[in-house]
Design a protein around this ligand. Structure first.
Ligand code: SF4
Length: 239
């Protein structure tokens, strides 16, 4: 078709049409941000479905399963602590606890160190179930293990920065990440293979070793979600 005259006009016309189609095709796909969020939503949905499936098999709801997993993994906690750590409201936690208590999977007790605090703990039966439910993210571990080391490092970096920004905006109440911890000293030794430092462990930390869910975490005041970006950008700035 491009051989007929006016050749240039015809080719320009076809090129412009192709360009229009391409632009529309790319527009229809959504912005990069929209596609990333859609992908994250798919992973979140798959995780929730998997937890729901594991919970149904054990006779508990997904919300109850989350509470049990938390208690089995991190030990007794108050309702407020559970709500903050699971990023849900206290009434939601209370509903789950009432159902779990009826099934004798959790029990309440006074904190021996502070009698004003009421702690919830998993019973022996609840502990067993909670430990079995902690296996649910295996399908994600399998997926992540397919990534290259470089991709895993980049993903950890992106996840920490993203959660850090959610902490800053109050969407995530307690992230339990190194970058929001009062023991964290970013860039304690710039240029070293392990440039950061945990003053609790008294040990240096490599960027790839930063924790996402540390039981020893003590929230920095004010919470330092934005340190997540700083923990990585300093390296870029100095390298
Ligand atoms: S206590 Fe845990 S979260 Fe805090 S800096 Fe040390 S390893 Fe990181």
């Amino acid at each position: 078709m491009c051989e007929a005259l006016p050749l240039r006009t015809t080719c320009d016309y076809l090129g412009a049409r192709m360009n229009d189609r391409l632009l529309k095709f790319e527009r229809d796909a959504g912005t990069l941000e929209e596609r990333l969020v859609a992908g994250l939503a798919k992973i979140a949905l798959a995780s929730r479905q998997e937890l729901f499936r594991a919970g149904v098999e054990s006779g508990v709801s997904a919300a109850q399963a989350q509470v049990l997993v938390h208690l089995a993994r991190d030990g007794p906690a108050t309702v407020g602590e559970l709500a903050a750590n699971l990023a849900v409201t206290a009434p939601t936690v209370s509903d789950s606890l009432a159902a779990l208590e009826r099934r004798k999977l959790v029990a309440k007790e006074r904190d021996r160190a502070d009698a004003r605090r009421v702690l919830v703990r998993a019973t022996a039966q609840g502990m067993k179930l909670g430990e079995s439910l902690t296996l649910w993210p295996e399908f994600l571990v399998d997926g992540v293990s397919q990534l290259s080391d470089e991709e895993k490092s980049a993903l950890l970096r992106a996840v920490l920065i993203l959660i850090g920004s959610l902490v800053d905006r109050g969407v995530v109440q307690r992230a339990r990440m190194c970058v929001t911890c009062s023991y964290f000293r970013p860039w304690h030794s710039p240029g070293a293979a392990r440039p950061h430092y945990c003053t609790l462990a008294d040990l240096p930390l490599a960027a790839d070793a930063l924790r996402v869910d540390c039981p020893e975490h003590v929230v920095a005041e004010p919470d330092r979600g934005r340190t997540a970006r700083a923990a990585f950008s300093h390296r870029s700035a100095t390298s």
